[in-house]
Design a protein. Structure first.
Length: 196
């Protein structure tokens, strides 16, 4: 696996559908390429877990600052199944940020400075903890959790998952990936697609 950081131009828009409320969940949404938890906020500047992002979930703000791990055949830096990885993205302003990643299992650490492509701007409107199928063909995966999830607004106000939205990966008529067991600071991501 590869530790990766991205500051991207507009992300793929998702189809939003209203769902039932939960104690920590405000509503449910459907996406065609990712699942996870999204927290709306005001000038969000920092998010941490293992694949995280700022913005990209709403039609009004499609640029995204994101970082995390993904499967790919590369030698360095190494992330193996079962490793515990911490990722934090910080937006310094609307066009630049930093991704910090640490593999707690191996002790590897990396900090990457990121700049937006011309014409792309962050809004700070959402913090995301997601599993993404960026290129299509989502590989089956074991259930995993985001723990110690938190976001910080520009004012310094710390946020938890309270009031966040669940996003389900449903590219057609079958849910492939979905969040569950949402608490104030953790979420479980589940795979329910084909095994091969």
């Amino acid at each position: 696996m590869l530790l990766s950081a991205l500051l991207l131009a507009p992300a793929v828009a998702a189809l939003a559908t209203r769902g039932p409320d939960r104690s920590h969940v405000r509503r449910d949404f459907i996406s065609n390429n990712w699942c996870g938890q999204v927290l709306s906020g005001n000038a969000i500047r920092e998010v941490s877990a293992s694949w995280v992002g700022i913005d990209g979930a709403s039609a009004e703000c499609q640029a995204i600052l994101q970082a995390g791990t993904y499967a790919r055949l590369m030698d360095e830096p190494v992330v193996r199944p079962g490793d515990t990885v911490f990722v934090q993205v910080t937006a310094h302003n609307s066009t630049s940020g930093t991704a910090y990643m640490e593999n707690h299992t191996t002790g590897q650490k990396v900090t990457i400075a990121l700049d937006a492509p011309a014409g792309s701007y962050l809004c700070g409107a959402a913090a995301e903890w997601i599993q993404e199928d960026a290129a299509g063909g989502l590989a089956p995966f074991n259930t995993f959790s985001f723990n110690e999830c938190r976001a910080t607004e520009a004012s310094g106000h710390a946020r938890t998952l309270d009031g966040s939205e669940r996003w389900f990966l449903r590219p057609a008529d079958h849910t492939l990936c979905y969040p569950s067991d949402v608490s104030r600071d953790s979420i479980r991501i589940n795979y329910s697609g084909p095994l091969a």
